[in-house]
Design a protein around this ligand. Structure first.
Ligand code: NZQ
Ligand code: ZN
Length: 391
């Protein structure tokens, strides 16, 4: 295991009806003038926004509102939010929604205190200062409720880029699994896929002797495989929703990734897909991951076989471990199909003619120097070959 530091200061509040305490937590973490940020309307329709506002009013906290965040959140609304926050002298940003709303809130929180263009943070500059952020989460997926990351798309050129900084970890996050019961099956499945992808990105490592985090990741993957079919079958299964929601946080606040190298090429490749086709991030990952695994398997067949045996219950073929490794990849494909995820470019709505452009941007965009991936370093030709496996 490698040396590491780990500081995850978010105060998590988990359980039924906890959104009614939002005002109390905003006050505890220093907010007196709040920007409530939300998405395309699901929180209005469910009545959640009204409950959150009532809880702020009960604590005598004033607020302004900005809705309209769309999936794959855009920079235009971030600029609007920064202007509004400055004008209204906001001292706290409250995200009510999913990963897109949280990421947009983080960008506004950082941009409000920054003299330059907030996009600098999405081109490699670390966020050192941001307004405090709170979240009321409505979908288990991106893990942004516990992560120091934010992903924003710039409209010119449709560039989807990640920003980073410990200041972006939310002060508090309220996780009520019942709020996820209104999700359409498709969004639930996209979320499940993203959570599993965050675990795979960390599992595939060249660092040796990382048994504790290996086992944590395997345990979380087994949980997802066990619980996801339950919510697909019965969207109101609160206990299954609860297990998935907490797994989503644990998968991405990096408690499973410390002390080990990580990969992240699949996320980079997916961000090109969702930038161009505006597809759901989880759906893009469902297409990318099996292809990436097939291409990189030979790099460490033992690790792929270990995953197949411990997570998918495949039997170990000691004479031919690659047979076991492949069986694990096939089990993943079958699982993703069973929850309704796409399996190739056509089902995702992606086009072969864009492969060269995506491979190039993934390798050279965002200050990268022609290769991505911490487990297997991939260049532009490798990425083209992997995208072609998705056809
Ligand atoms: O906008 P509304 O009307 O709220 O509808 C949303 C949206 O259409 C809907 N939804 C959310 N909760 C709902 C609901 N509908 C009914 N009932 C509910 N309870 O679901 C749709 C998707 O929402 P979104 O916030 O986009 O989902 P998700 O949490 O998957 O976020 C995806 C974004 O996060 C980024 C992705 O790239 C993508 O842009 N990521 C952020 C990360 C991070 N900050 O750490 C890491 C991830 O790897 C990921 O890249
Ligand atoms: Zn993700």
């Amino acid at each position: 295991m490698e040396n590491f530091t780990f500081y995850s200061p978010t105060y998590f509040v988990f359980g039924k009806e906890e959104e009614n305490n939002t005002g109390k937590y905003v006050k505890r973490f220093g907010g007196s003038r709040v920007l409530i940020h939300y998405g395309g309307g699901s929180v209005v329709r469910s009545g959640l926004l009204d409950r959150v506002k009532a809880s702020l009013e009960a604590e005598g906290i004033s607020y302004v509102e900005l809705g309209g965040v769309r999936p794959n959140p855009r920079s235009g609304l971030v600029y609007e939010g920064i202007e509004l926050s400055r004008k209204e002298k906001v001292d706290f940003v409250l995200a009510v929604g999913g990963g897109s709303t949280i990421d947009s809130s983080k960008a506004i929180a950082a941009g409000t205190l920054y003299d330059g263009d907030f996009w600098d943070f999405y081109q490699g500059k670390d966020v050192e200062k941001a307004l405090p952020i709170g979240t009321v989460l409505t979908i288990a997926a991106a893990g942004s409720e516990g992560s120091p990351d934010s992903v924003i798309t710039k409209e010119e050129g449709m560039l989807k880029r990640g920003g980073h900084g410990e200041a972006l970890r939310p002060s508090f996050s309220i996780l009520n699994p019942a709020l996820t019961q209104t999700l359409p099956a498709w969004q639930t499945a996209c979320g499940v896929t993203d959570i599993m992808a965050h675990l795979f990105e960390r599992y595939f490592t060249n660092t040796e002797d990382v048994e504790v985090t290996d086992r944590m990741i395997e345990g979380l993957l087994c949980t997802m495989i066990h619980e996801a079919p339950k919510v697909m079958e019965n969207p109101d299964d609160y206990q299954a929703r609860a297990n998935i929601m907490w797994a989503g946080m644990l998968a991405h606040n990096n408690c499973c990734g410390v002390g080990r190298g990580q990969d992240w090429a699949s996320h980079d490749m997916e961000h090109e897909l969702s930038a161009i086709y505006d597809c759901a991030h989880g759906a893009g990952l469902a297409v990318v991951f099996p292809a990436w695994m097939t291409y990189t398997m030979q790099h460490d067949v033992k690790r792929f076989a270990q995953l197949a045996v411990r997570v998918w219950g495949c039997s170990m073929d000691f004479a031919h471990p690659e047979v076991t490794a492949k069986a694990g990849i096939e089990a993943l494909r079958r699982f993703l199909k069973s929850i309704g995820m796409p399996g190739n470019f056509e089902e995702l709505g992606a086009k072969e003619e864009d492969i060269e452009r995506m491979a190039h941007t993934a390798c050279y965009g965002n200050g990268r120097e022609g290769h991505i991936g911490g487990f297997v370093s991939l260049d532009e030709e490798d990425l083209k070959a992997i995208y072609r496996l998705m056809l």
